[in-house]
Design a protein around this ligand. Structure first.
Ligand code: ZN
Ligand code: ZN
Length: 175
């Protein structure tokens, strides 16, 4: 029987090209395997056509090489190259860890270890991750600050932050 399509694993391998060796200290000394720029989803991850639908290419590649990804875990790109599908550049982590390690626009905030009021943002009990429309990949909020705000009496919440400056110069009275 003639086969009209090649096996998925062969198609997958044929699509990748070797990339540079990442400089990040957390990544093994092996080159990235890059997915073509023409087959990326809008977040920049590779997509692979499999059984009538697109699947994330890096997840497919990882599972081919290492077996199933534990349920609920995401693959963090240690090399930070989203279109890389090298299994040794990928680490299964929970979503929260993935957000905290993120190198996206919220990364500066994600790397902060203290909130504006000095609470420890590396403590899981302190951090709350929410998903407003502006931050679809998640943003961090300080639970301790939210709790303090809720505890404060209403009058205090409405009180002005600073006293208005008092006028010390006498008004001109001379006509
Ligand atoms: Zn890589
Ligand atoms: Zn705080």
């Amino acid at each position: 029987m003639a086969r009209t399509t090649s096996a998925p694993a062969e198609r997958f391998a044929a699509k990748t090209t070797p990339g540079p060796i990442p400089t990040s200290p957390d990544t093994p000394n092996t080159p990235c395997r890059l997915w073509p720029e023409t087959s990326l989803d809008r977040d920049g991850y590779g997509r692979f056509w499999l059984d009538g639908r697109y699947v994330p290419a890096h997840r497919y590649g990882y599972e081919q090489a290492r077996g199933p990804i534990p349920a609920g875990l995401e693959l963090d790109h240690l090399c930070t190259v989203r279109r890389c599908v090298a299994d040794d550049h990928l680490e299964p982590v929970d979503h929260r860890t993935n957000v905290l390690r993120s190198t996206g626009p919220s990364a500066v905030n994600a790397r902060r270890k203290r909130c504006v009021n000095g609470h420890d943002l590396t403590d899981p009990a302190v951090v709350h991750i929410s998903y407003p429309p502006s931050h679809p990949n998640g943003m961090r909020k300080c639970r301790a600050c939210a709790r303090d705000r809720a505890r404060r009496p209403r009058e205090q919440q409405l009180a002005p932050v600073a006293q208005l400056p008092t006028v010390t110069q006498p008004e001109r009275t001379a006509a």
